[in-house]
Write a protein that binds this ligand. Sequence first.
Ligand code: FES
Length: 614
Amino acid sequence: MSREIRVTFQPSGRSVYVLPGTILLEAAARAGFVIETPCGGSGTCGKCLIRIVSGECTDCTDAEGCLSSEQAADGYRLACQCRIQDTLIVEIPESSLFQAVQKILSSDTGDKLEVDPAVKKRFVEIPEPAHGDSHSDAELLVKALNRGTPTVTTLQQLPETLREADFRATATLCGDRIIRVQAGDTSAASYGIAFDIGTTTIVGTIVDLVTGTDLAVASMMNPQTSFGDDVLSRIKKCREESGGLEVLHTTVVEAVNKVAGDAARQAGIDASDIYMAVFAGNTTMQQILCRIDPRALGELPFLPAFRDMVNLKATDIGLSIYPDAEVVVFPQIGGFVGGDTVAGIIATRLDQQSEPSLLVDVGTNGEIVLSHGGRLTATSVAAGPAFEGARIINGMRAMQGAIEKVVFNSDVEFNVIGNMKPSGICGTGLIDVTAAMLRAGVLDSTGRILGQEEIPPEVPERIRNRIIADNGQFNFVLADGEASATGDRLSLYQKDIRELQLANGAIRAGISILLNRAGLSADDLGSVLLAGAFGNFIRRSNARRIGMLPQISRSKIRFVGNTASFGAKMVLLSKEESSYAARIVEKTEHLDLSTSPEFQMEFGAAMLFPEDDV
Ligand code: FES
């Protein structure tokens, strides 16, 4: 294993360890930063600007001739062009980060989208009632606001609050409901929280509802994973155990409250000043959050309990934010095409793309949406857990000790999360090693690992020697016992390749069917947008080599980050985005492939790896 190099990113101070020669753009992605790459890393857009604070990279390429002499003198480079050679400290300017919300807020025409949340505060100075005035406190408040109806909670607060600051008060309005009244002017303290509730992770972002800026992000593993890794295990628990739904609901609400509390602490605000929460997640997670039985999602015809946006009060589901806070749960498209996909569509403006485009979110369930001529078609495929490292003999999640990147040189080189001896391989490493084996001719297009005598003579000796016969099949050794953290040999087994083919084939079959039905081919696609946590770390050329993604130019494949969070933030900040999300659900055709013979046919064909790279 080569010596790994530490790269630290400023201003966050986050570090990663990577192999020498790694492109800086990739190291940034590994550290969780999604940098703008409109040209797909070909060095022509100049958008991936970063600054080398200290350390050495490879020399400037011709493409970096676009930098001004001042930029070059200040250490600016294009992240897609420079390769890491030495310990580095790198500054990523805010303007180089991909931020869907900011991108949408300043549209192509430069117009700012107005920050116009459903919840707003208004400070009012009410003339003190004179002796003999027969108006009630509520009437005085409504008159001053010129609108609204106080909730019971507000009525309970009203008499004392109004008199506390001589009838100078701030009302919090959600539509026409006056949900809170506070003494004095508190209009600047108005916050919301956007949640991405995934099967594996829960992420919460606190947003200032006055300025529209992000204040803090907190996340944690979804504790429901202790009941099973995927949504089907959660549905099964609800079906087979009395009280199963209650347990799952309580577990997720406790986790959401912890994330909200952590984020509020980070932001230095009081969680009781959070007046709105927006949730985007898959259908199972959203229904469990709302305490709606998800059993029907596991039975034909796989119907969700709701499609429209759900509006609740924080106390309806036990959220520890302001009790009367508005809670919005994203609308859903179909049984397995949930609010996170709708959020992805609005965050990327998928329906407004000028050329046919795909949005692909790869997980145990792969959600795929095709936008074509203003029309949207969405489907989901059961990719299985291979990309999460499950059902792979030495597989593991993308965590400390996981081989996350593999390259073939004179031998196999790999990157391990945490810069330690490997304990296993995660999804991105699996894609890398499979692509490298295909390119080297160690694996054929049927997915068979070839024996040492069958592979091309030019395959380096050390790589050749990693092929080990095993009961009439062959395995590929990634690390011997002394090089692994467990002391056991880590290998990629023939069975693992079959698991990958199932996951890969499902995604590819889903994409093919959407394209076929629209009368399109891969060449017609203007872009493929990769969403979700896993999507951000996939090496595009390798995903394309194994056939997971269409055989199109790498520059058309773009990472779009956590669009579930982005979309949820947009709905938090703008009533118009809320209506937009509702319109998206109306206009999206849902294609159920679960029992489709067409899918079975495509799936069979898609199990084969492409013969060649584009
Ligand atoms: S120049 Fe680096 S991504 Fe375009």
